[in-house]
Structures are given as C-alpha cells and as structure tokens.
Design a protein around this ligand. Structure first.
Ligand code: FEO
Ligand code: CA
Ligand code: CA
Ligand code: CA
Length: 654
C-alpha cells in the first residue's frame, strides 16, 4: 500500500461535504436512457448497441470532413510531456520563476514567503489569455492570468514528506505555512511571441501576484452580512486572499473570473458549542484539516473565527490590466466548491455564466446578469456580476431539464427554512439548492457553452460513491469511476431560457471493457478514449477539447492530457488523443488564443505517485515520480504552463 498522494487525499476528503439532502435520484428510472433523437426517430431497436458504440456512429449517413485531422498521439505514461506530431509544446513559466520585479532566482532549498510572493505560484490550474489592446497581432501579445490552486508540501519542501492531520502537521512551521499561502492565489504575466516562441515579458507593468493574503472586497447581496463579519473585518466587506482557485473564466469585458473550490481544507479547530454555522459548515466539509494554516493564523481556526469560512467559496473577479485593482468576491454567483465560471453573452445581451460545484452529488449552476453587457464601454460592466439570478439545474428522466431560481422568498427559500434574506440563500447556496430539488450529479467540473452550436457541455468527472439505487438518467452509472459528459441544448437557443433539453454525449472509460459501459464512438482508437473529464475549451471552429484529471498508468494505462472530442455529425462521440502530461500530473487550463494558433495548457502536480500502481513509492521532494520539466537532480518537479503551437504556423490541431 502506498500513501495517498495530495490530490487523492484531497479527493477522499471531499466526502466531508457530502450532500445529505434527500433529493430524488430517480431510482425507478431505467439505468440506461436511450438517446432522445433515436426515440423520436423510432430507432430504439438499435439502442442496446448504441449504448455501447455511441448512437451517432450508428446514425452515420455519410462521411463528413474530419474536424480533427491531426495525427493522433499514442496514449501512455512516462516522465515527460508529449504532443501530437507536427506541434511544438514548450514550457513558458514554472513554479518559482520570477513574476514581479526583484523576484529572486528559484532556489528550492532557500524558499521564503517574500521570495514566493514575487515568484510564480504552485499548481497552475485555470489559464485565461487577454489580448493586449492595440497589439499588432492580438494572438501574439497579451496577458495570461493563471490560478495557483493549492500546494503539495511533500514535493515542494526538502525533507518534509506528507503533512496532514495524520502526521499532525509535525513538520510545518510558520515560515512554511506562509510560503504555502504565498504560493496560492494567482499570477498575471505579460507574454509575447517573438520569432515564433512565447516568452514572459520581464518586469512588466501588468505583472501581479495574488495570494492568500491579498486584500479583496466582498460585493453583491451577501456583502456586509453579519455572517461574513470577523474581528478583523467588523463590516463583513473586506477579506484577505483567495484560496484553492481551481478553474475560472474570462469575461467579454476583459476580466478574469477565478473560482474558489475546496476551501474547507484550510480550516481547522472547533466551532463554539451550539454555534449557528454548524449546519452550514458541515454541508461544505468544514473543517477539512488538510493544511496547518490554522495553527499559525487564527482566522483559519473555527474556534477563533467561526465566520471566516463564509468569506471563501466565491467567484472572484479581477481586472488583469490594472495591477492595483482590488479583487472582488462576487457573492451573487453563489457560494460552493466552484470549479469554473465560463460564460457566454445571451441573445438579449445579458451575461450567462455556467458553474459546476465539484463534489460528489452536488450541482450544476447558472448565473444570469440583470444588466446587458455594454460592448462599447468596458467600465459600464464593472459591477454587473453583482446583480442577477442564480439558478440550479434539475435534469429530468425524459431528457428535459429546468433551471430552478435560488431567490429569497420564492418556493422553500423562506424564513421557515432559516433564510432571512438573499445573503442567507447565497452563503448557504448548497442547502438552498437541496430544498428546490436540484439533481445530484457526479462531480460537476467545467461547464462551457459552444458559441457555434449554442450547446453547453458539462464535465462530470467521476463518482465512485453512487450506488445502483442512486442511478438516474443524467448520472447513469453506479460506481462511476470514469465520469461522463452531459450536453445541454437551451430552449429556443436562448441561454437565459428556464428550460432545456439534454443528453449524455459520452460515458467515459475504456470501450474495450464491456463492464465499463463507455460510449465513445466506434471510430475512437485505443488511444482516443479517456477517463475523468475535468476542464474543457471550445476553439474558434467550435471544436471541443477536454483535459482530464485522474488517469494514470495504474488506472487507465495512460496519464492525463488533452483529448479532442467530436460533438456533431457522424463522428459525434469520437475522442482523439492530443497531449500527454508527465507522470503524476493532472491537465488543467486549456485556453486558446483568439485565432487558435496557440493552445495554453497547465501541468499541475507533476511527480505525484501513482496510487493505483502497487510498486509506486510515496512521492517526495527527494524522490518524485518525475523531475519534469527541468530534469535536474537538484530540482523538484515544477508545475508549469506549456504553450502548444503548430509547427510552421496555423491553427492548432489541424
Ligand atoms: Fe480543482 Fe474540480 O478540480
Ligand atoms: Ca486541479
Ligand atoms: Ca479541476
Ligand atoms: Ca478534478
């Protein structure tokens, strides 16, 4: 038995915030729901086959042009990264590289909080690219905003090994905790492509580090709520830092949305007996006890600051073009374990943001602004995310679905159920969603709209706790180890519409193993299937690209990476392998330049041990599973951003 690595321990801890509501899981519904269009076409007889090979493969009428003509990358696992032939994949910036002027050179044996606060943080996740206004070529000069989700102290610090509740954080010191806090948050860097190669512009006036201590403003309906007040902030409107920022989004007005996910990990201690926040904290798994921060900083100790957790778990909006802009936690968008916040402008001009709450049996959300996006005046959009309607999805067995509004005073969201105002609804978004009857999903990660087709893709990464009697139409497999993707089609093509149709695009896993029940199209090769979809990107042609989290040599015979996914026509449901991360890593951040000539990806936690490999030793600073990207015996592995371009120019993946 090997010890759980950091990301696996984190996953195990997600249990703590499990959904205890009794929302129906539609146990009576047949496990395999056949494709709606097949039903309408009367082709149900082929359903049993289509469940295995994918309905669109069967429905093939005529061959269409191949949307992904690149040569597929063989799937496997080793210490390096790999990209499909004809492409270049180069490391742009690594943990410890300079971001701010005066940042010292990276020295893993002489880390300090001061150095880390000027250097690129750990575990890069979301990447957003913002073209530089006035640039000669907006696809070759811009800003990158990058999330730093969390820290792996066993890989970061010499001689430490895993630090958690089991080891009572025995090796942690104030200095190490402060380095961790400085390695969280995000970075803004200016990047430019010179002679075909991307580089970070040194000493840029836009360069910024945001950490777990950066002053931020709390805005929207929950700002000032007594439940957000602390000794340090008696008004409930100012907070220090953002934590566990996983994925996010970019807005049409040029801001970065960065999403706080597993915020429970950072809290320890006990609430005072009979405290009113007990139920609320339990629903989010607080305290999670995965970090030692509460030992050195009272605000992460529930006994000292019972309300501090309510100041985390939000979407944070940051203007990357103004390094002095105060980041704003937009409470109108709800409080839960946000994966991402990808948006699209609706036909009527309002902004629609889709959000997943990444926990087993939690929900898919949609936020619609009250105001329209002002395309002429950037400043006019400054606070439009403070007013709007948050809704949660119910997926019905007949392929229909409804967005259920979470509005104080409507339905069960009343004082009888403990909600005094909209602030209460937002602080306890999950409980509000439980009460309106949302559908419990298999860990919703990225949710992203395709501007070309109007469809919305929901990555459901896995849920090994779903039992056979909890299966429902939208979550059709018990013990869902490999996840699936749901496709939403909004009524009348309106992203603001209350209703939608939906179907399962693909059930993931190895199609060669019948018991897995995967539904990739029959055109998918042995390299083209994947498990555990996590993030996604839609390129300028409307093509869907998926990044994964949880594949490994032991689990799926392949590391994580990027797979192309056909969504339309006869090839629908075909996966194709494009990029492979080094062993132990997960793939994050997929983001294209506006012309698709560069694909930015983030390699997160390289060097972790493969938990499913019985021979794998626990990974440490001294003995990581890889020393990517430097392969220097004196350096630990380093999370890094990678640029992918097509050799000779042109659109990536063609
Ligand atoms: Fe931080 Fe849902 O992955
Ligand atoms: Ca992650
Ligand atoms: Ca993720
Ligand atoms: Ca994940």
């Amino acid at each position: 038995m090997t010890a759980l690595n950091r990301s696996q321990a984190a996953e195990a801890a997600e249990d703590d915030g499990s959904n205890g509501s009794d929302n129906p899981t539609l146990a009576a519904v047949v496990a395999a729901r056949f494709n709606r269009r097949d039903l309408l076409r009367g082709t149900l007889a082929v359903g049993a086959i289509s469940a295995v090979v994918g309905p669109r493969a069967l429905a093939a009428a005529e061959p269409a042009a191949n949307p992904f003509p690149f040569v597929e990358l063989p799937a496997g696992s080793d210490e390096r990264h790999h990209v499909a032939a004809g492409h270049d994949a180069e490391v742009l910036i690594r943990w410890g590289d300079p971001v701010l002027p005066g940042a010292p050179a990276f020295d893993p044996r002489r880390q300090t909080p001061e150095a880390q606060s000027k250097q690129f943080g750990y575990n890069n996740d979301f990447i957003g690219y913002f073209p530089m206004p006035g640039a000669a070529d907006p696809a070759q000069h811009g800003l990158l905003a990058v999330n730093h989700e969390y820290t792996n102290e066993e890989l970061m610090f010499p001689g430490l090994g895993r630090q958690d509740g089991k080891t009572a954080f025995a090796g942690m010191s104030r200095d190490l905790v402060d380095i961790e806090m400085a390695a969280h948050g995000g970075s803004v860097i200016e990047v430019r492509r010179v002679d075909g190669r991307w580089q970070v512009v040194p000493d840029s006036r836009y360069a910024r580090r945001i950490t777990a201590t950066t002053p931020m403003e709390i805005t929207g309906p929950a700002a000032g709520s007594e439940r957000l007040r602390t000794k340090a902030d008696p008004d409930g409107r100012r907070v220090h830092g953002m934590i566990n920022n996983c994925a996010g989004g970019t807005t049409p007005w040029g801001t970065w949305l960065t999403c706080e996910e597993n915020i429970n990990y950072y809290f320890q201690g006990k609430l005072p007996e009979g405290h009113g926040e007990a139920r609320n904290h339990k629903r989010l798994g607080i305290p999670g006890n995965l970090y030692a921060w509460g030992r050195f900083h009272d605000r992460f100790d529930l006994g000292a600051e019972p309300n501090e957790p309510n100041r985390f778990g939000w979407v944070v909006e940051i203007d990357p073009f103004d390094p002095n802009a105060v980041p704003k936690k937009r409470t109108a968008m709800g409080r839960f374990k946000h994966e991402g916040a990808a948006g699209i402008v609706a036909k009527d001009g309002r902004y629609v943001v889709f959000q997943g709450d990444d926990e087993r049996f939690d929900y898919v959300y949609r936020f619609v602004t009250e105001a329209k996006v002002d395309t002429a005046d950037r400043q006019a959009n400054r606070d439009i995310l403070d007013r709007g309607t948050l809704s949660v999805a119910r997926f019905d067995a007949d392929g229909r679905g409804t967005w259920l509004p979470l509005v104080f005073g409507q339905g069960p969201l009343t004082p009888e159920n403990g909600f005094r105002d909209q602030a209460d609804v937002l602080v306890e978004t999950r409980r509000a969603a439980d009460l309106v009857g949302a559908t419990k999903m298999d860990r919703p990660e990225d949710v992203e709209a395709n501007p070309k087709t109007g469809k919305v893709y929901v990555m459901l990464t896995n849920n090994v706790r779903r039992k056979a009697d909890q299966v429902d139409a939208a979550n059709p497999r018990p013990d869902n180890r490999f996840g699936h993707i749901v496709e939403i089609t909004p009524d009348s093509g309106e992203h603001t519409a209350p209703g939608f149709a939906w179907e399962v695009l693909v059930r993931c896993g190895d199609p060669a193993i019948a018991a897995v029940g995967a539904t990739f199209s029959s055109a998918t090769t042995k390299d083209g299937w994947f498990g555990m979809p996590d993030n996604c990107a839609v390129d300028g042609l409307g093509r869907l690209w998926i990044s994964t989290d949880g594949n490994s040599a032991g689990r799926t015979g392949r590391t994580d990476g990027i797979w192309a996914m056909e969504t339309e026509g006869p090839g629908r449901g075909t996966g194709k392998h494009f990029f492979q991360v080094p062993t132990g890593a997960e793939m994050c951040g997929p983001y294209f330049t506006p012309d698709d000539t560069t694909f930015f990806v983030a390699v997160q936690h390289p060097g972790e041990a493969d938990e499913e490999d019985p021979k794998a030793e626990p990974a440490t600073f001294e003995k990581p599973a890889t020393r990517w990207p430097d392969f220097d015996p004196n350096l630990p592995p380093r999370p890094a951003v990678v640029t992918i371009t097509k050799r000779g120019g042109g659109r990536v993946g063609t």
